[in-house]
Design a binder for this molecule. Structure first.
Ligand SMILES: [Zn+2]
Length: 287
């Protein structure tokens, strides 16, 4: 398992904001102090503007340099464009490593799945997974599945990947909750699996299994995963029921697809985030 991370991704923060640098630093500490999983560590390389512009409008991309908040949840930070680019670069590196046969996890911030073609929102500035998926199909992948298990709908990913050839998007999320979308399927290729707040754990898990069955029947040659750990029982931002063992099961189930796979961190705001990530990685590694 290769972990892509960079201490520089902890260089921006706003007091009281849940998407905070400690999400990464505590996960790095946890993963470095364990001996069960052999890990290789690497830092992100770079991304070309053309790769970003497959997913985002030029005006939206230019807007990242304008010192003005994007919305109430998504502040402007000095050099946020640089941080967002590094997170995108990590997603492209993850794609490359997956194609080379490795298991890989991008442990970076900012997350990306709410970033729309024309708008940064929901703690997300550029859509890491959509950019990596479009890179994959532009460079030979024929059937790419994107699986998003963050408790919030991947509205940005859906917006960018809607009806893109060779791509199917599967999102399991709470509804209604932020950002309010994802109640129904969209287009030819965006499949939504909404789960009501307060849904019991086994029902939630059955919904995840259902989405993964549908994903399997697409017969992807590559799977990109938006891993949000905020459907966790004790997450402060949503009302999900999942436990660490469920994230372990998700990792195992994705591993069992037996298809090149890369995973990017999205949400997850509880103090246990590090344990949830570790459980997921163990599942992906078959431990
Ligand atoms: Zn989320």
């Amino acid at each position: 398992m290769t972990i892509i991370t960079d201490e520089h991704c902890t260089g921006y923060s706003r007091a009281g904001h849940p998407e905070r640098p400690q999400r990464i630093t505590t996960a790095v500490e946890r993963l470095k102090s364990q001996t069960e999983l052999p890990l290789t560590w690497t830092t992100p390389t770079s991304v070309a503007d053309e790769q970003i512009l497959r997913a985002h409008a030029p005006e939206m991309f230019a807007r990242l340099d304008k010192p003005e908040d994007f919305d109430a949840d998504t502040p402007f930070f000095e050099n946020i464009a640089g941080y967002a680019r590094a997170s995108v670069a990590a997603s492209l590196d993850a794609l490359k490593l997956a194609r080379a046969g490795q298991n890989v996890f991008s442990l970076m911030r900012p997350p990306g799945h709410h970033a729309m073609r024309e708008k940064s929102m929901g703690f997300c500035y550029l859509n890491n997974i959509a950019i990596a998926t479009l890179e994959a199909t532009a460079t030979g992948a024929r059937r790419v599945a994107v699986f998003d298990f963050d408790v919030h709908h991947g509205n940005g990913t859906e917006d960018i990947l809607l009806n893109q050839p060779g791509i199917e998007f599967f999102s399991v999320h709470q509804h209604p909750t932020y950002p309010g979308t994802g109640a129904e399927n969209r287009g030819r290729n965006c499949f939504n699996y909404p789960v009501g707040p307060g849904t019991p754990r086994l029902t939630y898990r059955a919904k995840l299994a259902h989405a993964l069955d549908d994903l399997r029947s697409f017969r992807p040659d590559l799977v990109a995963v938006s891993a949000g750990f905020d459907a966790y029982l004790r997450d402060p931002l949503a009302d999900g029921p999942l436990l660490a063992e469920d994230f372990h099961w998700l990792g195992q189930t994705l591993r069992a697809l037996n298809v090149p796979l890369f995973t990017l961190l999205e949400g997850g705001y509880s103090r246990d985030l590090r344990e949830l990530i570790f459980a997921y990685l163990k599942g992906v590694e078959g431990k």
